[in-house]
Design a protein around this ligand. Structure first.
Ligand SMILES: [Fe+2]
Length: 309
């Protein structure tokens, strides 16, 4: 058994209307709303909750300002929850109405576990016709996306000043696997032996810091990374960096400043790993972060995109 992935994230924010605009432009579906609370979901039912940061029901913040306040990880069955309950022992609290196990990681972030409520979705990206591997096939055009529709939250990334402790918590108690690392500086963790390169990335900057770095939303293929990035730019949101490509996970990315906290990322085409993967150690550098990248994005208004909706 293992954790399947991220089931729900909850932000505590200062400007709820701005977050409403952002996440609708980002491609999430708004399920319910009030002046102080927004419940969005991605394509497969992965939940993104937005609450005003003063909301007394939110778990404590691990940094000031708008940020993530809780990550709920999904598991397959009640038996998985039982195993986690005994692994976390007195550090975890069971809440019965929601059938959810709550804890706090050594970084001060609220984490919880529940049987997944995500839905299987039948959606496929468009393969590429690589040399010798004509994946898309014959007589088939590729897709042009006018905007993105994220499938789910694929990974979260945090700054920490207790890298070793946080890694130990997720590996030894929750059952995550190490995929790669920058020794003493950062670790990429995946929640199951078989799956995408990372579900959680922990960064320990030289100046001690805790908080959110980014939340990454999985999209179907590279074309949706571009289509989504240009759409969010046309809507007036500011790109931090992207499009670009990570050499370590092989993924294409586009990072945008998010009024709900830190950055939001569209990504696609990350490496898929299994138990035969050998973690590697890298030196942290701009080249290790991105093989190539566009600072500030593509404006989304020039050339063909000028007339896009
Ligand atoms: Fe990322």
């Amino acid at each position: 058994m293992s954790v399947l992935g991220i089931d729900r994230i909850t932000y505590g924010v200062a400007d709820v209307p701005a977050c409403r605009r952002f996440f609708l432009d980002w491609g999430l579906r708004l399920v319910t709303e009030s002046d102080t609370a927004l419940d969005f979901e991605a394509m497969n039912g992965c939940e993104v909750r937005v609450r005003h940061m003063e909301d007394a029901t939110l778990p404590p913040a691990f940094e000031s300002g708008p940020t993530l306040r809780e990550v709920i990880w999904g598991v397959e069955s009640a038996a998985d929850l039982e195993r986690l309950r005994s692994a976390l022992g007195r550090d975890a609290k069971w809440s019965e109405p929601e059938a959810t196990l709550h804890a706090t990681d050594p970084n001060g972030l609220a984490v919880a576990f529940r049987v997944t409520r995500k839905r299987p979705v039948e959606v496929t990206g468009v393969p590429i016709n690589a040399w010798g591997v004509p994946g898309r096939g014959i007589n088939r055009r590729s897709t042009v996306y006018q905007r993105a529709e994220p499938i789910e939250v694929g990974h979260v990334v945090f700054f920490t000043d207790r890298l070793a402790d946080v890694e130990r918590f997720y590996v030894e108690r929750v059952g995550f696997r190490v995929s790669d690392r920058y020794p003493g500086r950062a670790v990429f963790l995946r929640c199951a032996e078989t799956g995408g390169h990372h579900d959680l990335f922990l960064l320990q900057p030289p100046a001690p810091k805790r908080g959110l770095n980014h939340v990454a939303f999985t999209v179907r293929d590279i074309h949706e990374v571009f289509g989504g990035g240009m759409h969010i730019s046309r809507c007036g949101w500011e790109t931090e960096i992207g499009p670009g490509r990570h050499p370590i996970s092989s993924a294409y990315f586009w990072y945008v400043k998010n009024p709900a906290g830190a950055l939001a990322e569209y990504y696609s085409d990350e490496d898929q790993l299994d138990g035969n993967w050998e973690p590697q150690e890298f030196q942290q550098s701009p080249e290790a972060f991105a093989e190539w990248a566009v600072i500030g994005g593509i404006d989304g208004k020039s050339r063909r995109a000028r007339s896009a909706p």
